[in-house]
Design a protein around this ligand. Sequence first.
Ligand code: BES
Ligand code: ZN
Ligand code: ZN
Length: 495
Amino acid sequence: MLKLLSGEILKKKTECLVVPVCEDESIYDDPAINALIENARKIKEFKGKTDDSVILYDSAESKSERILFIGLGKLEKIDAETLRSFAGKTVKQLIKKDLTEIVLCAPSPEKLELKDGVVLSAIFEGAFLGNHIFDKYKKDKTAKPLNVVSVFTDSKIAKSCRLLPSRIEIICKGTILAREWVSMPSNEKRPDRFVRSMVKAAEKEDLSFSVLDEKALKQNGMGAILAVGVGSRSKPRLLILDYNPFKNKKSSKKKKTIVLVGKGVTFDTGGISLKPSAGLAEMKMDMSGAASVAATLITLARLKHKFRVVGVLPVVENMPSGNATRPGDIIKSYSGKTIEIGNTDAEGRLILADAMSYANKMFKPEVMIDMATLTGACVVALGEKIAGVFANDDQLAKDIVASGESVDERCWAMPMPDDYKTLLKSEFADINNMSNTRYGGAITAALFLSEFVEDTRWAHIDIAGPAYSKKGGDYCGAGGSGFGVRLLIDFLNKM
Ligand code: BES
Ligand code: ZN
Ligand code: ZN
C-alpha cells in the first residue's frame, strides 16, 4: 500500500527511513533531513554518486530503526525516471532484508525543477512496481513484498497531492495485471482461458463485454482471424470490452468513443512458416498488446474515466498442424479484401486487420489505437526499450510520444511512406501479408494495417521490443513489463 506522510521526519517510527541524496547539493528544504545527510557525508565512501549507499543503525536523533542513504548522482541529471529507478531499486533491495514497511523521503520538487505531482508520482510508481514479485509458479517463495511504502514530503505538498497515492496504486495495479498475463505460460492461457481470465477481471469492474467464439467469427466472415487460429486445437475468440460511463444516462449528444485494439496471440510458433527454436519460449509474450489493452480498460473503470473507451481483442494461438493455413493460401478478411498469406508468421497483422475493420464498423471511433508485438524488425530498429509509433495523423503520433516521455514508456514516431505500399502487392489477391523485401519490416507491417482503418484517425504502437524483458529492470522483474498501460492511461487522460 502507498501512503503520503508529512510532519516531523525524526519522529517517524519505521523499519527503514530512506534518504535519496544528490551528489553536488542539497535537494531538501527540511533542515532535519539536511542534518541527517550532513552526518552521512562524513562517511568517506559516501559521496551521493549514483548508487552510492550507506546504512546507519540506531541513530540517536531519529526514531527509525535504520536510515539508508542512496546517491542519485548529479543534480542536472536527476529527472522523474531517476526517481522511479531509485524507488524501484530501493524497494527490491529492502525486500531482500525481510522488511515490511519503509519511508522514502521525497526531494523538494522546486530544487529538481519538477512539478510536485511529478516527483511524488515517480517515487510512488517506482516503489509500487518494484514491489511486485512474480513467483506464482515457485514452491519456495523466497521474498515477500513490502506491506506499506510511505513517502515523506512537506505538509503543503502532501495536502495538495493527497489523492495521488490511491490513483498511482490503481494505475500500477493495471501494469502488474498486464505483466502477470504476459509472464503466464502459454499452456495456461490458451485463447478460451485467456479470454475467460480477462472477462473475469472485467466483470469485477463496471465493464460490459461480449465474446465472439469460432461460430460467431464464421458467421461474421472474419476470415483473417480464423485463418490464424485454424491450426490450433484452441479456437480463436474476439473479445470486446466496453467501458462506457454514459451507459445508463439518456443523452442525445454524441459522445466521443476511443477504440483500443490489442494483439492477442497466446503463443506464436510462426505456424507452417515455423520460427527457429532459439528464443521460441519468449513467444508466450505475443499477447502483450491484448494484455495491456484489457488492463487499461479495467484501470479506466477503476479511475472512473470520463469518456467511453472500447477494447477490441482478437485472441488466437498460432500453431502448425495438419489443419493449419499454408503460405500461398488466399483468405477473405472481414473488410471484404482478400489476402494472400506470404508468411504464416506474419499473423499479428491478420488478426488486427479483422479486429480493426470490425471496430470501425461497430463503434465509429474518433480515434483508434492498436498495440501489438508486431515485428522483430521494430526491435532491430529501436532496440528493446522503445516502441515504434505509426499514425495517419501527425498530432496523434506526437501526443503518444509525449505521453510515452512523461511515463517513461518511450515511443518513437516512424514513417509510413505511401510508395512502400507496392511492397505488399500480391499477384493473386488484393494484398499480401508479407513484404517482398526483407527491409523495413516494421513499416510494411504498419502499412498493411493502414489498409484496414479507412479514414479513422489511427495509430499503431509496435511494442515487440519493450513488452518483455528477459532480465527485468529497476522497477520491473524478468518477464512481462506491462508496457502500454501507463502510456495509454496518460494519453487518454490528456485527451
Ligand atoms: N510475434 C512476432 C514479432 C515479434 C518478434 C515479437 C520478436 C516480439 C519479439 C510476429 O508475429 C512475427 O513473427 N513477425 C515476423 C514478420 C515477418 C514474417 C514478415 C517478423 O518480425 O519476423
Ligand atoms: Zn509471427
Ligand atoms: Zn506474432
